[in-house]
Design a protein around this ligand. Structure first.
Ligand SMILES: Nc1nc2c(c(=O)[nH]1)N[C@H]1C(S)=C(S)[C@@H](COP(=O)(O)O)O[C@H]1N2
Ligand SMILES: [Mo]
Length: 257
């Protein structure tokens, strides 16, 4: 019998995701322990350094390292709860930046600029749909304070990059934009490779509607809705932290849950 516990595996696929998450959290624990030790050793050195923006420079490095640690923990090890499919609802349409023009799904392409340089590679929706289909029922949470449980289907971004190695997974960032560039999202690579980060083409068993991001959107339930870019048009792998539409307007760049 199905249970309402969000942590309960619902399908073999969910179970695989849970196992992966546990494996990752063990790794994060080891990394975290070493970082804590380094932190203790470094503290006295850190607190004697020059100031930069009111925070001493070495101390700032420690804070930055903590930020990366938080990235590794919250992005990779943490798994968003999954729910029974029966609890899925239609989300409201929220946010239309980059969706103002009419898009023809037949001529749409996902443009990916290889990290090594060279011409962008273009993908059809069929190529994305040829990757293993992952279905998950998770909560979409908006920073405005509402949330809704939705069944999504798509390809894992990790599977996409494994099949089309356009960027090394050790690179730091992924930049995603709408075809017109008006909405743009930055992700750290760990979040992009998270097993629940999907290049999503279906919502509640139906192809995405235009207002929910057809033909392809991002879904990543370890992040707030602002990171779930609709009408994905292009992907690149910048060496520096990419700009992010809502981070540019004062929200937290990570917007992790
Ligand atoms: N292109 C684009 N994607 C976007 C937005 C937007 O304004 N433009 N808004 C975001 C926000 S704030 C949320 S909460 C979700 C909402 O997704 P939904 O409209 O499918 O409910 O889309 C996200 N993706
Ligand atoms: Mo949102």
């Amino acid at each position: 019998m199905a249970t309402n516990s969000p942590d309960q595996p619902q399908t073999p696929a969910d179970e695989a995701v849970l196992l992966e998450a546990r494996r990752r959290s063990r790794r994060a624990f080891v990394v975290g322990g070493s970082a804590a030790l380094l932190g203790l050793l470094g503290w006295r050195w850190a607190s004697t350094g020059d100031e930069a923006d009111g925070i001493s420079r070495p101390l700032r490095s420690v804070l930055d390292a903590n930020g990366q640690l938080a990235e590794a923990y919250y992005s990779s090890a943490h798994l968003a709860p999954v729910f029974p499919r029966s609890r899925a609802r239609e989300p409201r349409v929220n946010g239309k930046v980059g969706l103002k023009t009419v898009l023809d799904p037949a001529t749409w392409r996902l443009r990916v600029t290889p990290a090594a340089g060279g011409a962008a590679r273009e993908f059809t929706l069929a190529e994305v749909q040829a990757l293993p289909r992952v279905e998950m029922t998770t909560e979409l949470k908006c920073i405005e304070g509402w949330s809704v449980i939705v069944t999504w289907a798509g390809a894992r971004f990790a599977d996409f990059l494994a099949r089309y190695p356009l960027a090394d997974t050790s690179l730091p960032y992924v930049n995603l934009t709408t075809p017109d560039g008006k909405y743009y999202v930055g992700l750290d690579m760990a979040s992009a490779l998270h097993p629940q980060t999907l290049l999503c083409y279906e919502m509640n068993g139906q192809p995405l509607t235009p207002e929910h991001g057809a033909p392809l959107r991002l879904v990543t339930p370890v992040k707030y809705g602002i990171k779930h870019i609709k009408r994905l048009g292009s992907i690149s792998f910048p060496p520096q932290r990419p700009a992010d539409y809502w981070a540019d307007r004062g929200y937290d760049w990570h917007s992790g849950l």
